[in-house]
Design a protein around this ligand. Structure first.
Ligand code: PEP
Ligand code: MN
Length: 338
């Protein structure tokens, strides 16, 4: 950490800062300039809080030099991490498209959806059994029953399942049903107790970006999961809030190269919740892959008009197949494959 003293700082104030640094178990290096003094704290600076030093008399500013996310950061782990999902790699050369309905509705809907997801060439399937809805009167998902329906439908095609966990009390049930990838939704990105719980498992976790979260907050949330011992984390950009009302959220394409620089973990994009309209999904998907995304999380439905949730943004089977075709050309252009 670097602590910049204000121009009129006294020797006593400088000594006080040095004393506090030493009390925390670090060493201090004093550098006296013509106008002000800068103190460097040497050692594990993560133990220090910038705000604590900024409140001391004579201190103008305190800043960290080392990134606070040590497990998920690329600083200490240069190579890309590849997450293994039942033998399917996510984060390597091969791009993974995870498709499926917003919510698990009926055994028939899930059976058809699984068949269509598989036929389109996708290797993983999504579907929500526990749904975070804005209104308490809207369909909340079938819960545990939905997990069973999902498992049965996906098993026929050997599709690993991705589904959202909203409450730590459901975690044991998720493990019982052997959910392959736990999705943490945008509304729970900073539910730290939930993050700590999934951090204790070894299940791959898709961590969606909070709708108003900064990249640094998002990385710190991933660090919560990693700190518990689970390093199987996949970031998912799903659009952020803005003043624009034409579409549901703004797909932050810029976040993709930024994350690829800051973390060694895979980054995927959810074009469906970003645009909010099915017709936007192909363009956003292509942009995501061109920008370096390792995969996509796409909503589809055998009959979008009748979807119980997010009907407007679901692709039908034909559209999903066409999307897969157009994406393989983009993948090739950036040295990847689908
Ligand atoms: C979803 O994937 O169905 C979902 C609810 O996503 P988000 O958390 O991004 O809104
Ligand atoms: Mn949805």
């Amino acid at each position: 950490m670097i602590i910049v003293m204000s121009s009129g700082a006294t020797e006593q104030q400088i000594d006080n800062v040095v004393k506090k640094i030493k009390e925390a178990g670090l060493d201090a290096n004093i550098s006296r300039g013509t106008e002000r003094t800068v103190i460097g704290a040497i050692g594990d600076e993560r133990k220090l809080e910038a705000e604590y030093f900024e409140a001391l008399p004579g201190v103008e500013q305190a800043m960290h030099v080392v990134k606070p996310y040590k497990i998920v950061g690329r600083e200490w782990h240069k190579q890309d991490s590849v997450i293994d999902i039942k033998g399917i790699p996510l984060g390597g050369k091969q791009i993974q498209i995870i498709a499926g309905p917003c919510s698990v509705e009926t055994p028939e809907q899930m059976a058809l959806a699984a068949q269509e997801v598989h036929a389109a060439g996708c290797r993983l399937m999504r579907g929500g059994a526990f749904k975070p809805r804005t209104s308490p009167y809207a369909f909340q998902g079938h819960g545990v029953e939905g997990l069973a329906m999902f498992r049965t439908a996906a098993e026929k095609y050997n599709l690993p399942i991705v589904t959202e966990l909203m409450d730590a009390r459901q975690l044991d049930t998720f493990l019982e049903y052997d959910v392959d990838v736990i999705q943490i939704g945008t509304r729970n990105m900073q539910n730290f107790d939930l993050l700590k719980e999934v951090g204790r498992t070894n299940k791959p976790v898709i961590l969606k970006r909070g709708m108003s979260a900064t990249i640094s907050e998002w990385l710190m949330s991933a660090e919560y999961i990693a700190a518990g011992g689970n390093h199987n984390i996949i970031f998912c950009e799903r659009g952020i809030r803005s003043f624009e009302t034409y579409y549901r959220n703004v797909l932050d394409v810029t976040a993709i190269p930024v994350l690829k620089k800051e973390t060694h973990l895979p980054v995927i994009v959810d074009p469906s919740h970003a645009g909010g309209k099915a017709w936007m999904v192909p363009a956003l998907s292509r942009a995501a892959l061109a920008a370096g995304a390792d995969g996509l999380l796409v909503e589809m439905h055998p009959n979008p008009c009748e979807a119980w949730c997010d009907a407007d943004q679901a692709l039908n089977a034909k559209e999903l197949k066409e999307l897969m075709g157009s994406l393989s050309l983009i993948a090739q252009a950036v040295g990847r494959e689908i």
